[in-house]
Design a protein around this ligand. Structure first.
Ligand SMILES: Nc1ncnc2c1ncn2[C@@H]1O[C@H](COP(=O)(O)OP(=O)(O)O)[C@@H](O)[C@H]1O
Ligand SMILES: [Mg+2]
Length: 371
């Protein structure tokens, strides 16, 4: 079995898995300074874009392609590569087809898709300088169509701040500010099967607009005073239905806010998620490893569904944290209690798994982490 991986930055997440499975790994990377380039069996330096990976996939005669791209920018050209390699060369590419990727890539298209299909989402409208008097009350969230990690997003508290934003960006997707709990859920999709994994708690929304990337996160989601098993089931079904209708493939994630009554969908990302370690810690399914199985033609949705576990998990941003365990060799949870450190310098995170909430807290204390 020979698989090609596009992008070296996340390759450390699957390097051990491919070695253990006896898979020959071919890696393409365009940035000479990117990390993990020495971890694959074969490295091809390619120009930016998808022409290089296409040539390599054909020349190396690989059995499948796993794009490890964690940013939005290349996703549409990746979908075109998928169409080309799958239809003309019979090589599966584990990413979403064009239709799903283009809905996810634009927050305007996402809104249209959600409202047309009656999925719950915060009220919104499109605004620009000509239409700066909005019927929303403040605070209000202003967004750009394209962006991730909070880029281009501001919570504005007054008409004056709104105008300042519009002077900078020209126009905006204006959403009602929802006070509530932030949630993510990852979904695996392949050949018509869709498996939502576990709802993740990402903290509360704030008018300061702190992105969940910088917060402590937990899984499975628990909200005080709520029938959580019922609500979590509802979130999983909502995520499955949305991903089924979009036709996502590989790994995707949904961002939602629970406003006290309803789970409102903010966005869908059709790429490996920043919550993948927390998801893995909690349900014992590692989304990137599943993508490898998909490319290898060995993905078994029944087995994944059957193997879903229910551990307590917590993830803490630690900046820089010195330990010998920050290596691709330490990216597996050996058993029911343990921790993994991952992420680039200055943005490292520690993800803990435990059989009980208490065992998670004990590990956090032993590592001297805030919890
Ligand atoms: N309607 C909203 N109400 C409250 N907070 C919001 C709202 N929309 C976005 N946010 C905040 O901004 C963050 C990023 O928004 P999101 O739409 O997920 O874009 P991104 O692609 O940058 O992640 C959210 O995780 C949340 O903290
Ligand atoms: Mg988001």
């Amino acid at each position: 079995m020979k698989l090609m991986f596009i992008g070296s930055r996340l390759f450390e997440d699957v390097a051990l898995y491919t070695k253990n499975k006896g898979i020959t790994s071919v890696l393409t990377e365009s940035n000479p300074d990117a990390p993990n380039q020495n971890l694959a069996d074969v490295l091809h330096r390619v120009p930016r874009g998808m022409d290089g990976p296409k040539t390599v996939a054909i020349k190396e005669d690989v059995d499948g392609v796993v794009p490890l791209i964690g940013v939005d920018g290349p996703l549409l050209s990746l979908s075109s590569l998928k169409e080309d390699l799958e239809e003309n060369y019979g090589i599966p590419v584990v990413t979403s087809p064009l239709e799903a990727a283009s809905i996810a890539q634009s927050k305007f298209k996402t809104k249209r898709f959600l409202t047309e299909n009656n999925f719950p989402t915060p009220p919104f409208q499109s605004i620009d300088m000509n239409l700066s008097e909005s019927y929303f009350s403040f605070p209000m969230v202003l967004k750009q169509s394209h962006g991730q990690g909070g880029v281009g997003i501001e919570v504005v508290n007054s008409h004056h701040e709104m105008i300042e934003y519009l002077k900078k960006f020209g126009n905006a997707l204006a959403e009602e500010f929802i006070a509530g709990v932030e949630i993510s859920v990852e979904v695996l999709g392949w050949k018509g099967d869709y498996i939502p994994l576990v709802p993740v708690y990402k903290g509360k929304t704030s008018t300061k607009g702190t992105h969940p990337l910088f917060k402590v996160k937990k899984a499975p989601l628990e909200i005080e005073g709520l029938d959580n098993s019922k609500n979590n089931k509802m979130i999983l079904e909502l995520a499955r239905e949305i991903c089924r209708m979009m036709g996502v493939a590989g790994s995707a994630d949904l961002d939602l806010i629970f406003d006290g009554k309803e789970n409102l969908v903010l966005e869908i990302n059709t790429r490996p998620s920043g919550t993948r370690y927390l998801t893995y810690a909690s349900c014992n399914i590692n989304p990137l490893q599943e993508m490898v199985d998909m490319a290898a033609g060995k993905w078994n949705p029944e087995k994944v569904q059957y193997n879903l576990k229910n551990y307590f998990a917590m993830e803490v941003p630690v900046g820089d944290f010195s330990t010998k365990r920050n290596s691709y060799l330490y990216r597996n949870f050996p058993d029911s209690n343990g921790w993994i450190i991952h992420g680039p310098p200055q943005h490292q995170r520690i993800t803990i798994r435990g059989e009980t909430r208490n065992s998670v807290l004990k590990i956090a204390q032993s590592l001297k982490l805030p919890s």
